[in-house]
Design a protein around this ligand. Sequence first.
Ligand code: NAG
Ligand code: NAG
Ligand code: NAG
Ligand code: NAG
Ligand code: NAG
Ligand code: NAG
Ligand code: NAG
Length: 428
Amino acid sequence: MAAGGRPVTCCCGAVLLAAALLLSAPDATEAYDSLDPNGNITIKWDVMQWTPDGYVAVVTMYNYQQLRHIGPPGWQLGWTWTKEEVIWSMVGAQTTEQGDCSRFQDNIPHSCKKDPVVVDLLPDAPYDMQIANCCKAGVISTFNQDPANSVASFQLSVGLSETTTKAVRVPRNFTLKTPGPGYTCGRAIVGRPTRFFTPDGRRATQALMTWNVTCTYSQFLAQKTPSCCVSLSSSYNSTTVDCPTCSCGCQNPKGTNCVNKDSPHLPSAIDGPGKWTGQPLVECTSHMCPVRINWHVKQNFKDYWRVKITITNFNFRMNYTEWNLAVQHPNLDNITQLFGLNYKPLTPYGAGINDTAMLWGVKPYNDVLMQAGNKIGSVQGELLLRKDSQTFTFGKGWAFPRRVYLNGDNCVMPAPENYPSLPKEPSG
Ligand SMILES: *[C@@H]1O[C@H](CO)[C@@H](O)[C@H](O)[C@H]1NC(C)=O
Ligand SMILES: *[C@@H]1O[C@H](CO)[C@@H](O)[C@H](O)[C@H]1NC(C)=O
Ligand SMILES: *[C@@H]1O[C@H](CO)[C@@H](O)[C@H](O)[C@H]1NC(C)=O
Ligand SMILES: *[C@@H]1O[C@H](CO)[C@@H](O)[C@H](O)[C@H]1NC(C)=O
Ligand SMILES: *[C@@H]1O[C@H](CO)[C@@H](O)[C@H](O)[C@H]1NC(C)=O
Ligand SMILES: *[C@@H]1O[C@H](CO)[C@@H](O)[C@H](O)[C@H]1NC(C)=O
Ligand SMILES: CC(=O)N[C@H]1CO[C@H](CO)[C@@H](O)[C@@H]1O
């Protein structure tokens, strides 16, 4: 049976407690995502054409991460040229700085920086500045949620590099920021040239040269404080177990690091228009988290039980577009029906253990979690799960999830000893 051998359903309370504490420990020391160990962003450079002094390349970024997308204000890709290269022109993206081009007279390059940083264009970019998969303000979806938007591309014309294949020096020291830290990029590896097929599929052409860079995310590098917490409730007990106090930080004594719900100071006035800051500005709560996820055990029937999930945004500075949750619970291999949610099973520990569900909103109904203070600053969905009355029990916190992640980040759970206790046989 699915639940067999899982620590929480086994015998003694001490083991349960220890295991649960272990599972709910913060992820700060995780060097990679345990739910998505192979997740990466692969950046592919295809040299499409030699030019008198260099080459034209199409750069494509593939998001091969199950849970992490890149939201506003978008990606920033950097590298270091190994020689005196310049970027004559770009389509579908731009460098943030032109740098010192004073050695040029008539024709001024797009960028002369030794270590350019490239950002996407906005969707309203002029038509002749666009190419396929560009111009989404730097936003890249997860493959699971929106495969068509999990890729980003731009084209650049590189000058003053050698023109024969052997002499092209691939750029070094790639960096990917979103714009915060978290990603580490490996070396560029020259591999087999990409093949392109004509629309009728009857002819293939290939890149003159192709190299790949792989970037992986580490929560440890990102050094983020937790960004979400979990509260637990049930129709069978009026006690709601709220997020642990100070889950994501504490209110400072003067209460100046958060905004009171009824405060007349609108955050927009604090921030000024158009200013992006990675720091959340949260409503004052005991947990101080930007987002709270409530897991509510709604109904318990003979063969089924029903859970309602509510996600609430306390961050005045962020709309969570394309949010997703990953939830671990031993009964998630028996999801029977979903209401207002999309679902994909994740099997991070290989075949056989199917206890993790990726859940996300339905476009255009609840896929955006609007900023705090907004009428739709919370979204909801429900799950109907088939249960085995032999193993299903309301005891020992079984009805509650083991772990919850928001957009790949581990959420702070209440301590197991505080879980709401539920009557043994609620409705029969
Ligand atoms: C990146 O992810 C892709 C898709 O999951 C995988 O095929 C590839 O091996 C990964 N690359 C690395 C270096 O892990
Ligand atoms: C790349 O980064 C390494 C370590 O940060 C540094 O030692 C090296 O000089 C850099 N290379 C270039 C070409 O900037
Ligand atoms: C680059 O990575 C993609 C996806 O992982 C793979 O299909 C391709 O073969 C790689 N190309 C090179 C040149 O390594
Ligand atoms: C969130 O979206 C709403 C509606 O599109 C917009 O008015 C608001 O400025 C956005 N907030 C942020 C922080 O981007
Ligand atoms: C996991 O469980 C779900 C829900 O019952 C099912 O649809 C899916 O096929 C299962 N996946 C695997 C890999 O066992
Ligand atoms: C509800 O939960 C609280 C806290 O766990 C517990 O003290 C109380 O006895 C529970 N009430 C019922 C009716 O089970
Ligand atoms: C109660 C119940 O339906 N359990 C099933 C859950 O899913 C696993 C694997 O798909 C089955 O083996 C169980 O019988």
